[in-house]
Design a protein around this ligand. Structure first.
Ligand code: AMP
Length: 510
């Protein structure tokens, strides 16, 4: 099935319904949206020679045109390769080369961006110039290119917190399974809802388009193109029924802004959070400030959005005896996947024991693009080895410890940085923290904390140490504290522990 079929059907059903919005302004109905995608499909074919199966890259900022291009690419039977526009053109050049795209649409191609085109190997659609308009001048491609459900639809480059990004091959069937699981396990989507793209559409946020296209709901790209708490609260008032994905750092910023201006979240229907650890203290504060609007998902590019979910009620139900414990988990397996915790040999571990999280089901990727070695390492007997360490309780709630490579082994014992971070975050002087291992001749590794101090509070290592002693085993306490203005993060807001470890290696102190 061609993914654009969903757009075609919705455009037939509700042609006049508002589809694409830039801020609070409607820029396309569903009929317009479908017609534009059909015109772009012809343009890609005729003006750029795109054939079914060819890769077309998008190096774009968030914009309504993003969705038109995505659907135009699928309409023509081609494969979309969304690249985070915040990447350095050199990093984008690596992706272009790796995926073999012959065409890239770019928002504002400057000299550096043009430099990534490999001396003319890759053609450019310059969206700042007339190229988008020219594409839209083509006659609509009437029939969708027939596509098999096993065909590649989206090449999703991993965020690369370590090493080079890899191209995750997501098929039509993978994206369909993810979409259906969302309706069953994450949230319903109503016709009056508005998907808000406040995080990069090249990554998780972009995946929300499918549910909203199916339901004929609105797609809102904020005028800022990104995450601006004041703008989001304004759109909550003018657009209403917002549904958005937010990484934990975004949730924290939104909550602190909402509290500062006395906003209770009215107009925001759902905030789906995930993509990184959400600390219990933060989500408790978020629910207290904004109410029953939060749902957690745990997924990864290799099985997008679809491993576990913690429902709206589970997040908000303070009356439940195990509420807080569950809040610290990532919820239960989503309906279409099997999830288990296994030892190094792939044997399932009993509940409560921690090991690597394995996932099997129709949302799991077909493999890594042209990388059989990495594919063989991640996909074994149809099970995806996620690289995440976790434990499942007897009720099926999964708690994530850490990425397996972030686990600190000190004196032969595993220490999960997340546990230490949760404790430190409960201290008023700590705004943000990341805990990593530092090589130690005596212990193998020592625990070291990088701390961003809360405004105006003096951060005192002795006080933090006393705080840890009250909550966790002595051997888990950081041996050293480094106070920093900010933590290094990648373009998706994930803390780069590799970078912190490198800092320790380059300038061993403390
Ligand atoms: P990505 O493939 O870039 O989306 O990153 C996926 C990784 O982010 C997962 O393997 C986890 O390590 C982490 N992650 C995703 N969702 C959550 C969550 N809800 N809580 C904690 N970590 C998460």
């Amino acid at each position: 099935m061609n993914l654009a079929e969903w757009l075609v059907r919705t455009a037939r059903r509700v042609p006049d319904a508002p589809a694409l919005m830039h801020g609070a302004t409607v820029v396309a109905t569903y009929a317009d949206f479908a017609r534009r995608a059909a015109r772009i499909a012809t343009g890609l074919r005729q003006a750029h020679g795109i054939q079914p199966g060819d890769r077309v890259a998008l190096f774009m900022e968030n914009a309504p045109a993003y969705l038109e291009l995505l659907y135009g690419i699928w309409w023509a039977g081609a494969v979309a390769v969304p690249i985070n526009h915040k990447l350095h053109p050199r990093e984008a050049a690596f992706i272009l080369e790796d995926c073999g795209a012959g065409l890239v649409a770019a928002s504002r191609p400057d000299e550096a961006t043009r430099g990534m085109l490999g001396e003319g190997r890759v053609r450019l659609i310059d969206l700042a110039g007339d190229d988008h308009r020219t594409l839209l001048e083509h006659a609509p491609m009437e029939a969708l290119e027939p596509v098999h459900s096993d065909a590649l639809a989206w090449l999703f480059y991993t965020s690369g917190t370590t090493g080079r990004p890899k191209g995750v091959m997501l098929t039509v069937a993978n994206l369909q399974a993810m979409t259906f699981a969302y309706f069953v396990d994450v949230d319903e989507v109503l016709a009056e809802d508005a998907a808000l793209y406040a995080a990069p559409m090249s990554h998780g946020a972009g995946l929300y388009n499918f549910m909203h296209v199916l339901r004929g709901s609105r797609h809102v790209v904020p005028v800022s193109g990104g995450f601006d708490p004041a703008e989001i609260l304004e759109l909550a008032g003018s657009v209403g029924s917002l549904s958005m994905f937010a990484a934990p750092t975004m949730v924290r910023r939104l909550v602190s802004h909402a509290k500062a201006v006395g906003h209770d979240g009215t107009g925001i229907r759902t905030i789906v959070y995930g993509g990184g650890p959400m600390y219990v203290a933060d989500i408790e504060e978020a629910v207290a400030a904004l109410g029953e609007r939060f749902v957690q998902i745990y997924g990864q590019g290799e099985t997008p959005m679809t491993i576990t979910a913690l429902s709206r009620t589970e997040v908000a139900d303070r009356a439940h005896p195990r509420w807080r414990e569950r809040l610290g988990s990532v919820g239960r397996a989503q309906s279409c996947v099997e999830v288990r915790v296994a030892d190094e040999d792939g044997r399932t571990l009993p509940s409560g024991k921690s090991g690597e999280i394995l996932v099997r089901g129709p949302s799991v990727m077909a493999g890594y693009w042209r990388n059989p070695a990495a594919t063989a390492e991640s996909l074994r007997d149809d099970w995806l080895w996620t690289g995440d360490v976790g434990a499942m309780d007897a009720d099926g709630y999964l708690t994530l410890m850490d990425r397996s490579k972030d686990v600190i082994i000190s004196g032969g014992t595993n220490i999960y940085p997340r546990e230490v971070e949760e404790v430190l975050l409960r201290h008023a002087a700590v705004a943000e923290v990341s805990v990593v291992g530092r090589p130690s001749a005596e212990w193998g590794e020592d625990v070291v904390a990088f701390v961003v101090a809360a405004d105006g509070d003096a951060a005192d290592p002795a006080a933090l140490d006393a705080h840890c002693r009250e909550a966790i085993a002595r051997f888990k306490r950081p041996k050293a504290y480094h106070f920093v203005d900010e933590l290094p993060k990648n373009n998706y807001g994930k803390v780069l522990k590799t970078e912190l470890r490198k800092r320790l290696a380059d300038a061993p102190v403390g």
